[in-house]
Design a protein around this ligand. Structure first.
Ligand code: NAD
Ligand code: ZN
Length: 342
């Protein structure tokens, strides 16, 4: 089968052929229709330190996908051949304390599809049936291909009650921009998003952010005055992984404010703990998606009017995958879809 894999320890990714994976007793074989490129795939493309220490060479990568089930294992009863599906790319152990408590997103032995085991940038993908999510007909293939990052946005945005709140999102990448759409959809008052990239801020605006801030030109302090927020933001969603963004967020939170951290910093960050202590801030780390409440909530929100379509800015056939990675590397893209049906 055709597959995109990391062939050598250099920058790049290669379209080549490998053997179709076989379907175990509790697994499902999925014929991939569309995939989307994640920032993680760009790290693998660039073969940075994280990728070198995590990802084996000659393995298919990718984890954002939609496809059709073509085979089910003998023990599988809830999924059938022909079902249109996406799925959770975090494969959890199933027997640790958190897994058994139904908190599978806290499993310490999580394996990532396309990171620690063969991925979705391939004609066929095998995952456990319990990781598969069946799709309603009114969710398009394009949207289904980006449910994984929409799930990151949903998990983070729905961590705290946003109704009537003044929300600050730092980082208008695809996930930050989708979180802005969710915050508006569920009833936040102000949805302020910051970045240093104007293209991305415009994208976030088209998804529903009520005020965009390029922190290279404007300060959050001015924005707080303009919006008459008095104390600052009541909810913060950190989605950049950038140290300046995190420090600035903590400074601009109101007393009793709540912060959710999704962005992954590339090094240690020193923060002003006095701000956190004396303002009584709550800070929570967010990883992946809740299995499977996040999937339930995001699909329901899409069915009830959440519009994130503008986040998909590029489409390519799989043979033009290089153009897709170039678009991601340019910084002037939202989500990039690769079509495997050509
Ligand atoms: P992205 O890299 O496309 O977006 C990050 C954005 O932050 C960029 O637009 C960048 O310009 C912006 N930024 C840089 N410096 C900034 C600053 N000083 N202030 C404000 N914005 C700034 O990433 P994404 O795909 O949208 O993902 C968002 C973050 O979440 C990344 O850090 C990613 O690694 C992380 N992530 C975490 C999880 C998880 O499970 N915790 C899952 C997926 C992604
Ligand atoms: Zn576990």
């Amino acid at each position: 089968m055709k597959t995109l894999l990391k062939h050598t320890a250099d920058q790049g990714i290669w379209l080549t052929r490998t053997q179709r994976p076989s379907c175990g007793h509790n697994d499902v074989l999925i014929k991939i229709r569309k995939t989307a490129i994640c920032g993680t795939d760009v790290h693998i493309y660039n073969w940075d330190e994280w990728a070198q220490s995590t990802v084996p060479l000659n393995m298919s990568v990718g984890h954002e996908f939609v496809g059709t089930v073509t085979e089910v294992g003998v023990e599988v009863s809830n999924i059938k051949v022909g079902d249109r599906v996406s799925g959770e790319g975090h494969i959890t152990c199933g027997h640790c304390r958190n897994c058994r408590a139904g908190k599978r997103h806290y499993c310490k032995d999580t394996q990532g599809v396309g990171v620690n085991r063969p991925g979705a940038f391939a004609e066929y993908l095998v995952i456990p049936a319990c990781n598969v999510v069946k799709l309603p007909d009114n969710i398009s293939d394009d949207l289904a291909a980006i449910l994984d990052p929409l799930g990151n946005a949903t998990h983070t945005a729905l961590t705290y009650d946003l109704v009537g709140e003044d929300v600050l999102i730092t980082g208008a990448g695809p996930i930050g921009a989708m979180a802005a759409a969710i915050a508006k959809h569920v009833g936040a008052r102000n949805v302020v998003i910051s970045d240093i990239n104007d293209y991305r801020l415009q994208l976030a605006k088209s998804l529903g952010a009520t005020r965009v801030v390029n922190t290279q030109r404007e300060s959050l302090h001015q924005v707080i005055e303009e919006l008459q927020l008095n104390e600052g933001f009541s909810v913060g969603l950190e989605m950049s992984g950038n140290d300046k963004a995190l420090k600035s967020m903590i400074r601009h939170m109101s007393h009793g404010g709540k912060v959710a951290l999704l962005g992954i910093p590339s090094q240690d960050i020193a923060v002003d703990w006095n701000q956190i202590i004396f303002k009584g801030l709550t800070i929570k780390g967010i990883y992946g998606r809740e299995m499977y409440e996040t999937w339930y909530k995001m699909i329901a929100m899409l069915q009830s009017g959440l519009n994130i379509s503008p986040i998909i800015t590029h489409h390519f056939d799989i043979h033009d995958f290089q153009k897709g990675f170039d678009a991601m590397l340019s910084g002037e893209s939202g989500k990039v879809i690769l079509d495997w049906q050509a």
